[in-house]
Design a protein around this ligand. Structure first.
Ligand code: AMP
Length: 598
């Protein structure tokens, strides 16, 4: 079974997680890192680079290195490389493809289904663009979910008592703050606010400017005109910033940064946390407004918060944490990893949506039942489960399909409603049966019976059948409690995998029966059409072969309901039918040709 993953597709870094053995786990990339830079680059010889490799060559190839694509999602922005305009979706897809490939290598299995997270403020077109990026990367995007909801889900897993939490997310390029209510079975965003142009990059820029100015003062040489020197300073600034999250001072050392009149010039400076705080104080202050707006919009005071979750790499900055303490009067939660919790929540959501049991009791109970966990079908001729609603279809659902009768002059049909992934009815769970009576007497295949499945937002399924000729209608309502438990769901999916090949055999047996029936009809018509042109002996031979095939088929009649199930028991043994059909095909070749010429 293909694994499902959760992807935090970040502005600066991305992270992938899955659920294994009932616990969420972060999937390291091919380089062994737990997060992957969201960077794409095009080398001069046309090679496409993604992640860490793209990031490392940025200094020597700044014009062909693309960062922060996420800022452009859903817009008409394009990256023009070698005469080709790349959309944000295409560039994001390159990152997603790397994440997917690395996950497949790590898990040693195919990965197709994924949940991808987006900021809560993302518009419909930004969400659609993200979904399209997933599609381009060959992913089946089960759902796009909000990053703060995802973080709250990861947190709620271990701390699930009903409460309101604040998710304070300061990443590389954006700041988001959300107030979220974790209920008994719902996680709901009450309010969200933020600043699309505030993030770790701004902190880096402050440090970089500080270094460049100090270099200019010391050497009288400007660095701003040299893209390569600038890129090196920016990288060093980010590194210094990160180090200052755990140390009081750090050394920035960039040898051979520029050429002076006396020879090469080196940058060598000490940067303290106090200086860093001075340089960036106003940036930290800028998060105050959105925090207050979010609290106001949610209609609560900070004191009513159950906890504050810090998300995004920039919340590692001590001054940021101190500011959050001051704003909320709360000690931010230390129980979640700011870089990984969004992907973790997405993985939990992905596992739940894919129908696999996550083993995470709390996660299951925290989610809304908002998709059909398994496919829904009705039983049709030959014991086949004919699917009307695919699993993971988002609720509510309304779907109709027209069926007909299998036997001549049948005045009623039994509608058996099934749940499960197997192609044959008997292998799925029957969740309800009803009979539509009063069908007008007609030859097989003539009556038009419309079967409709309606599932409302609460997961209540109503199945109805209507004779389109007489208008007679019958329906049943099946609520969720009648359906399969999590364990049953899990088993059904496992079975589907396990029995895939057996199912295939049965399916081909059924196809053989159908083919035989089709041939019989053709021969009957040909015999009638060819009429006197046919020698008596030949006619007799063909009729005998046709009768033999008819006899074998009649031994196991098809149809709705019970009869079909009985037939299914024997349908595997179609070797006789196949041989009889081959015989008839050969003996009737001439008569069919004659008929075709007329
Ligand atoms: P994200 O978009 O959540 O991956 O956040 C990335 C941002 O977090 C970048 O600006 C990083 O420089 C920043 N960041 C990562 N680790 C740290 C750290 N230890 N201290 C300060 N900032 C960090």
């Amino acid at each position: 079974m293909a694994a499902t993953i959760g992807i935090d597709l970040g502005t600066t870094n991305s992270c992938v997680a899955t659920v294994e053995g009932g616990r969420p786990v972060i999937i390291p990339n091919a380089e062994g890192e737990r997060t992957t830079p969201s960077v794409v680059a095009f080398s001069k010889d046309g090679e496409r680079l993604t992640g860490g490799v793209a990031c490392r060559q940025a200094a020597v190839n700044p014009d062909r290195t693309i960062t922060s694509v996420k800022r452009h999602m859903g817009s008409d922005w394009r990256a023009n490389i070698d005469g080709r305009a790349f959309t944000p979706q295409e560039l994001s897809a390159m990152i997603l493809r790397k994440l997917r490939r690395d996950a497949e290598a790590f898990l040693n299995q195919e990965v197709t289904d994924a949940v991808i997270t987006v900021p809560a403020y993302f518009s419909d077109s930004q969400r659609q663009a993200t979904k399209d990026a997933g599609k381009i990367a060959g992913l089946n995007v089960l759902r796009i979910i909000n990053e703060p909801t995802s973080a709250a889900l990861a947190y709620g897993l271990d701390n699930g008592m009903p409460q309101k939490v604040m998710v304070y997310d300061l990443g590389g390029g954006t700041f988001d703050v959300s107030i979220i209510e974790i209920g008994d079975d719902v996680i709901e965003v009450l309010a969200t606010s933020g600043d699309n142009h505030l993030g770790g990059d701004d902190f880096d820029e402050r440090v970089a400017n500080h270094l460049i100015d100090a270099f200019a003062r010391e050497h009288g040489v400007g660095l701003r005109r040299s893209p390569q020197a600038l890129q090196r300073v920016r990288e060093a600034a980010e590194q210094a910033k990160k180090e200052l999250s755990s140390m009081d001072s750090t050394q920035v050392n960039l040898p051979f940064l520029a050429q002076g009149s006396q020879g090469p010039l080196h940058l060598d400076m000490t940067l303290t946390r106090a200086t860093f705080n001075d340089l960036t104080r106003d940036l930290v202050e800028r998060t105050t407004g959105p925090v207050q707006t979010a609290l106001n919009d949610a209609g609560i005071a900070a004191s009513e918060l159950g906890c504050v979750l810090l998300v995004g790499g920039s919340t590692r900055i001590p001054a940021v944490q101190e500011h959050v303490r001051k704003l909320t009067g709360k000690e931010p939660s230390a129980s979640i990893n700011p870089d990984e919790c969004v992907a973790t929540g997405a993985a939990i959501q992905a596992a739940t949506l894919s129908g696999a049991s996550t083993g995470l009791v709390k996660a299951n109970s925290l989610l809304l039942l908002d998709v059909t966990p398994l496919s829904l079908s009705i039983e049709t001729v030959g014991g086949v489960a004919t699917r009307l609603v695919e699993r993971n279809t988002t609720l509510p659902v309304h779907y109709s399909q027209v069926f007909s009768t299998a036997a001549a002059f049948q005045t009623s049909v039994e509608v058996r409603v099934l749940q499960g992934e197997r192609p044959m009815a008997k292998d799925n769970k029957a969740i309800g049966t009803f009979r539509l009576k009063g069908i007008k007497r007609a030859p097989a295949g003539v009556p038009q019976i419309e079967v409709t499945f309606d599932i409302d937002a609460n997961g209540i399924l109503t199945v109805s059948a209507k004779d389109l000729d007489t208008g007679k209608q019958q329906s049943i309502t099946i609520d969720d409690s009648d359906r399969m438990s999590d364990e049953e769901v899990e088993r059904a999916i496992r079975d589907a995998e396990l029995y895939a090949s057996q199912d295939e055999e049965r399916r081909s047996a059924l196809a053989a029966r159908e083919e035989a029936q089709r041939l019989l009809n053709e021969v009957d018509q040909a015999l009638a059409a060819a009429g006197k042109q046919l020698e008596k002996d030949e006619k007799k031979r063909v009729k005998a072969d046709a009768d033999e095939l008819r006899r074998l088929l009649a031994k196991h009649p098809g149809g709705f309901g019970k009869k079909a199930r009985e037939a299914q028991e024997q349908v595997e043994d179609v070797t006789g039918i196949k041989a009889a059909a081959d015989k008839l095909r050969a003996s009737s070749e001439h008569v069919r040709e004659l008929a075709a010429q007329r």
